[in-house]
Design a protein around this ligand. Sequence first.
Ligand code: SF4
Ligand code: SF4
Length: 469
Amino acid sequence: MPKKYHIHPKATPLDLEYIFKFKIVRGENCINCGKCAKVCIYEAHERQKGDPRKMADPNTVLCRNCFRCIQECPRGALEKSLERNFMDIGGSYWKPDMFITLWKQAEDGKVPVTGAGYRGPFTGTGFDSMWTDMSEIVRPTRDGIHGREYISTSVELGRKLNHLAFDANGQLLSPIHDTVDLPIPILFDIPADNLSGNVKVALIKAAAAINTYIIMPTAGITPDVEEYTPNIIPCITHKEIAQHQALLKKARIVAVEYDGELLNNFQVVKDKIKSISSALTIIRIPAVKDVEAIVAKLAHSGAEIIHVVADYRGLEVNGPPSSSPRLITDIIRAVHLRLIDERIRDEVTLIFSGGIAMAEHVPKAMLCGADLTAIDMPLLIAIGARLYEEPEKLLVLPEGLEKIPVEIVTQRIINLMGAWHSQLLEVMGAMGIREARRLRGETGRAIFFDEIDKDTFGKLFKKREAASV
Ligand code: SF4
Ligand code: SF4
């Protein structure tokens, strides 16, 4: 049995002022009896480290709203109130509760549960309109999660062969392409410009700690992060290849921003990179209208890895303002199916990013047809960032973040990925899938609300409509 991939979480509270949905406050009438610490299974209450006679301030981010401590406090000293500003965070895509979930995951790396239960809604748009088929939930494949069977979350990046060709003597004629294994189907994408030095270093260190890669503009690859270059994917334009030769020589993977010119001279660009380095090449394409046609053309030209980048809400980009942009789920399915139609899907690795906000979006994106995903915003939310969608995108980093030690920021990102990895194992175990690469395009193991709604009620309402005419 291969060695199990494991991400090591560690409780890492962030000592910064950031807002929560509910604020839990301990009043002055507290007698420090410690009952709240005993009854709270989420460990939101504990005694002060320096003076164990006294209770510490409650850790609101760990609270899952079960109200048990409030009911059981003998002095009625605990109070929970709704933080009104919290509901303004996010917008139509990034719901306020997503921030609580991500903060909580970064805090302790555990799979979040809610004491108050989930009261819906049970469907929505994009990823929310998809459910996974968990019919294996009580069957032995669950053993994989708890150790008796191995569930592999690893995926492979690179060009693969559709078939093998041999000569008359049985010698292999097909060129075997280089590939890179990732133990988790998630890459980090640089989430914002002008991040403080500690945050940038922490993102890189966290990527290295969990054996994944981070895509970074070359300006951010400074001498202080040189030791982590094996986990950094420098992002360049094809015109900058010569200028960044030294960097490309050290890189295992390089990302090249797509532009129209690349479509017709991809092979020239690829050869140029290959003459400098053995790095694999990712082509990064914005998720424009009809991106599937561009992806197909690049795949036919020999592209090995293609990264389609939607906007931060998982929407198609650069369309006319009047058009209704496609959602990330539809974009992934369109690209995946186009490559299947053109019989080239298995040869190319597809990465999708933009709107990958929650742990469950990773397996859902893969079910739609992605080989893996790249994430950006959740990395910053893990360290207390808030995002506002209206009136326009605004990212607010917590005050004082630049002074937080790199180790704390790093561990919170590792915790986040630990929680996402655990949830990926849970989903795969419940679906009876033991290898993450088998999730790709398995739409038969997903339920799409729009499709079953149409199948179930479409005919019925059509008949009624026809009868009422
Ligand atoms: S149960 Fe109430 S009185 Fe006891 S330590 Fe907790 S808040 Fe204080
Ligand atoms: S409400 Fe429940 S989860 Fe929250 S602090 Fe009290 S006991 Fe813990």
